[in-house]
Design a protein around this ligand. Structure first.
Ligand SMILES: *[C@@H]1O[C@H](CO)[C@@H](O)[C@H](O)[C@H]1NC(C)=O
Length: 379
């Protein structure tokens, strides 16, 4: 018995490590039609607790959040959107591919109880397909996007629209949250919803009911703002929350393509032939001598004159000589004071003598400078 159990355990571990390592799901979807993929919390729960069901006999119901991105990119491709209302709800990937090609989507599930994570790969291969020529968009007021994406609800909505269009050949082209189209977040009150746009397409031309939307009378009624009801013969909504808003129907006739704009007229791209190349004449030569005299010679002459004037004043005039002498004595006095600071008992400074005698070497004047105290005694 025990051996049997451990054998089962071993097998499970092997299976999990093989399956869990590259859990990947492949899809091949047509371009231009809605793709929806529900991220089931139950599936991811198995990845988190692969053995709990086996041993504890119960499965946890953990809150989970999902992070989805295109492999090696931070975000999802432009056409694909993700939504999850609450960690206890399943998540949805949805969108309409616009061009053929392969996208590898990485899904990380984070368990909000244990903070474990697990990864899944989604390989979506979009295949080119003919576009549906007649398309119409409807607004469903009493719905949130998460309540519309599960496939049973999509089918209910599609059935109502099939009866309105009077054809079975109808495909859902796009489902959009009204919030992505400029809608407002409603108050969290019962009976208030974000609203959802559903776009469907068909090979068949619009029914009479749909064509009523194009009449001037319909447009006038809707502009007036009165609560325009769906005419009785066109009202096919079986479930009240799936009812469409009559005034917000939009029809798209893609069969009549607008002609492409005419291509721009091309020039020859070559310049016209015009003989030999004639280089332009070189400009006439200019005489720079007057400019040279004005900018160089005149300031130079002025500078020389000023120098000569200064020299004359300094060396040949009495005031200049005195000034030069004065400068000289200041220099000498400084020297003298420096030497006096070196030792005591030196003779009084020369500046205490009458100026010219001491310096010119003439004999001391009759005034005895020794007897004059340098600092007058206080009275
Ligand atoms: C689907 O709707 C979204 C949102 O309005 C829009 O960006 C996108 O182009 C639509 N896709 C198609 C194929 O119409």
């Amino acid at each position: 018995m025990a051996g049997n159990r451990s054998w089962t355990f071993f097998l499970t571990v092997c299976a999990v490590s093989v399956l869990g390592a590259d859990a990947e799901i492949k899809f091949s979807i047509p371009v231009g039609k809605l793709f929806t993929h529900e991220l089931m919390r139950e599936t991811f729960q198995n990845d988190f607790e692969p053995l709990s069901k086996l041993y504890a006999g119960r499965l946890y119901d953990d809150p989970m959040v999902f992070k989805c991105n295109l492999q090696n990119f931070p975000d999802l491709p432009e056409w694909l959107r993700f939504t999850q209302r609450h960690p206890y709800d399943n998540g949805f990937l949805y969108g309409t591919p616009t061009a053929p090609g392969k996208s590898i989507i990485e899904i990380h599930a984070i368990n909000k109880r244990s903070y474990e994570t697990t990864r899944q790969l989604l390989i979506i291969n979009a295949v080119a397909e003919k576009r549906l020529p007649f398309q119409a968009e409807f607004f469903i007021k009493l719905r949130d996007i998460e309540r519309v994406l599960p496939s049973p609800v999509q089918d209910e909505i599609k059935q109502d629209l099939q009866r309105l269009w009077k054809t079975e050949a109808l495909e859902i082209v796009n489902i959009t949250n009204a919030l992505d189209r400029g809608g407002r977040v409603p108050l969290p009150l019962a009976g208030h919803f974000e609203g959802v746009y559903v776009k469907v397409g068909s090979e068949q031309y619009f029914s009479d009911c749909l064509l009523m939307v194009l009449t001037a009378e319909h447009q006038k009624q809707c502009k007036a703002g009165a609560k325009t009801r769906i005419p009785g013969e066109c009202n096919f909504c079986s479930i009240p929350s799936n009812c469409i808003t009559w005034c917000k129907i939009e029809l798209f006739d893609l069969s009549r393509q607008a002609p492409p704009p005419p291509p721009p007229t091309m020039g020859p791209g070559i310049l016209e032939a015009g003989g030999e190349f004639n280089p332009p004449e070189s400009p006439p030569s200019r005489d720079y001598f007057p400019d040279y005299i004005v900018t160089v010679i005149v300031p130079l002459i002025l500078a020389i004159i000023l120098c000569a004037l200064l020299a004359y004043i300094m060396f040949c005039r009495r005031e200049g000589v005195i000034q030069l002498y004065h400068h000289h004595t200041i220099h000498g006095d400084t020297e003298e004071l420096r030497s006096m600071a070196g030792c005591r008992g030196v003779r009084p400074p020369m500046s205490t003598f009458p100026m010219f005698d001491a310096r010119t070497g003439q004999s001391a004047p009759p005034l005895h400078s020794d007897s004059i105290p340098l600092i007058m005694p206080q009275q």
